[in-house]
Design a protein around this ligand. Sequence first.
Ligand code: BGC
Length: 756
Amino acid sequence: MNIDKILKELTLEEKASLCSGSDFWHTEEIKRLDIPSIMVSDGPHGLRKMRDDTDNPNEAIKAVCFPCACALACSFDRKLLTTLGKALGEECQAEDVSVILGPGCNIKRSPLCGRNFEYFSEDPYLASQLATAHIKGVQSKGVGTSLKHFAMNNQETRRMSYSANVDERTFHEIYLSAFETPVKEAKPWTVMCSYNRINGEYSSQNKLLLTDILRNEWGYEGLVVSDWGAVDDRPLGIAAGLDLEMPTSNGKNDELIIEAVNNGSLSMKDLDKAVRNVLTLIQKAEDGYAPATKWDKEKQHELAGKIESECAVLLKNDDKILPLDKSAKIAFIGEFADKPRYQGGGSSHINSFKVTSALEAVKGMDNITYAQGFVTDRDETVDELLDEAVELAKNSDVAVIFAGLPESFESEGFDRKHMRMPDCQLKLIDEVAKVNKNVVIVLHNGSAVEMPFADKVNGILEMYLGGQNIGTAEKALLFGEANPSGKLAETFPEKLSHNPSYLNFPGNMDDVDYAEGIFVGYRYYDEKGIKPLFPFGHGLSYTTFEYSNLTVSENEIKDDKTLTVMVDVTNTGDRDGMEIVQLYVSDKESSVRRPVRELKGFEKLFLKAGETKKAVFHLDKRSFAYYEPDIHDWFVEYGEFIIEAGSSSRDIRLSTSVYVSSDTKLPVHFTLNTTCGEINSIPEGRAMFENILSKIDCDFGDTASDDLGASAKEMMEAMIRDMPLRTLVTFTNVPDITRAKMSEMVENLNEMLAEK
Ligand code: BGC
C-alpha cells in the first residue's frame, strides 16, 4: 500500500469515513483505492469474535477462555504472559482477526472496581511488565493489540462521564507508568483511550494524554482508537490525537469532520495524520496476515489449565493441610466445584468451547463426594443444601469448599458495593468449619474479598477467575501434582474501609478525587502501618525457600548508570517449586513523601528440591526516581537507597543499600514569599540570610530565651522558619531593609544559582 499516494487520492469524505468503523468490529473499506477493511475483536484473555451468522455483536464464536488478568498477574511471569499472547495471536490469525482488544493495564485503585478482573495489579511496575510481555506475544504472530483503557479508567460507575481528578505526580508515577513501558517496549499496534475524563477533559479529546505524553514524550507511532462510544467532540478528538472512532457513528461524526475541515476549525494536516495512522494499521494487518495458521483448541485448553496452575495463590496452609492425601475421604462442597466461575462479565466474556470443573477433573476418584451447599443465582441459604453439605463434611476427613463471587457480584459496567462474599456462602463455611477442623477454601473471584472465615479454616487457595480449564489446575494444586507458585498482585485488606480510596470511591457524581495520591495499594498500607489480611506479593508454596548473598554491583552510582543486584535463592524443602523473588527500593531520606517501599524488580525461579539459583536484577534511574512536578520529569534525589529482596512486600528477607546521585538539579527560584527556612536550606541562601540578620542586629536563635519555656521557644523558631521574606521586611524597623532591597537580594541570589 502506498500510503502517501493514497492520501493524495482520497477525497475529504473518504478520509472522514476512514476515521470511524464501518460497523461494530470493522474498519471502513474503500474499494476504489483497494483499501480493505480489517476486523478487531475482544478481548484480553480469549477471542470474542462475533459470529458471521449474527448481527448481535455479543454473539461470539466458540473459543478458549484463558485465566483473566487478575489471575495471570499472580504468576509474576513474563514468559508465561508471552506464551499466552502467542496462543491468542494464533487464534486471531486462524479466525482472521487483525487486532485483539487488550490487554487492560489500568491500576486497581479500589477492590470494588467491577472490572478489576481484567486488570493486572495495584502496582504500576508489575502491571507494565506483564502487559509488555502479553503484547509482545500477540504481536509476534503478526496480530495487533490494543493497550487499554488509556487512562485513569479505575472504576465502572459513571465510566463514560466521570472526571478522574489527579495531581501531576500521581498521574505519572502510578497511573501513566503502567502504560509507559508497554508503549515504549512492546509498541502495541493500537492504544485504546478510556471513556472517562481526566482533570475535566475526555480522554478521547485529551491532547495532553494522546499527543503530548503518548506520542511526543513516549514516542508512540501506532494508532489510537476510542473505547466503544467514548467519543465526545469528534473533530476535537482528531486534533488531539484520536485516530479511529469505534464502533461506527453511522456517519454522523464523519459529517462533523467534513464540516470542521470545511470551516477551518480542523486542519487537513491533522485529519491526514489520523488517516495515515489508520492506513498504517491496515497495512500492518495485511503484512501480518497468515490465514493458514493452525489453531488447536484442545491444546489451548490444556495450556489454559497449565497457565492457571502457575497463577493460583496459596494464601494459607496451616498444618500443611495441602496438598491433600489422595486416599483421604474428601468432601467437595459448593456450586463452583461443579460450575466454576472462571471469567468475568462484559466485553471480555468468552464463549468457551468447553469447561473443565474440579468435579470433572477428579472423576474416577471414588474417595471424593460432592454437595452443592449453596446457590449462585441469589444470595439465599437453601436449608436442604446447607444441611446436606454439613452432613457430608461431618463424615469426611477434609472439606474443600469451592466458594467466591457469583457473576452478579462483579462485572464490567458496574462496581461492587462492598467487598463481602455472599452471606449464604459465609454461613456455609461457618457451619462446615463447626463440624470439621480440616477445611480448605478454594476461591473464585475477580478481585479481593473480605474473609471473615480466614481464622476458622486451615487452607485458602485463591484461583481468581482461572479460565475454562480451572478444574484441572485445581485438582493438580490440591493434590500436589503442581506446586502453588502465584503471589498476590494486589493487597487483600482486612476490610474495605482500610482501602486508601475508601472515602473517594466511586466519587461525588462526576468528580472522583484521587485524594490518596501515590499511596495506592501496598504503598498506603505500608505507610499507614495497617496490617492487611494478605499483603501484596504474598503466596505460599509446598516447599520452602531461603535467601542469601544479596549483592549490589556498586556502592555508589550516578542515575544514568544501571545497578546490578543479585540474590541467591535455595529451595530448602523436599519438593521442586517456583519462587517469585521481589525487589523493593526505597529512598532512605527523601525531601518529598515517598512510599516505604516500591516494587522495582521481580524474577520467578524454578528450583528443584535442594537447588540454589541466582536472581539477577538491573535497576536504572526509574527504579530510584520519583516524578517531580517542578521539572515535569522523573528525578532522583541524591542519597542512600535501601534495596530489599523479599518473598512478599511484608516478608523482606535481605536488604542492602546504595548511594545514588544525579546531575539533574531542581530549579530553585526564590521570591519575596519564600520563607526564611527555605532560604536557609541552601548554603548560598544561608549566607544571604545571615547578612540580613547582621543588619537587623538581632540573633533570632537567642530570641527564644529559656525563660519563655520549651514550647514558646519552639513556636518562635517555627515562626521565623516559616516567615516569608516580605514579612521579615515589615517586622523589622531597620530602615535599610526595604521591600525593594530585599527583592534585589533575592534576584541576585536567583542569578547566582542559575549560573551554577
Ligand atoms: C470496553 C472495551 C471493549 C469494547 C469493545 C467497551 O465497552 O470498555 O474494553 O474492548 O467495549 O467490546
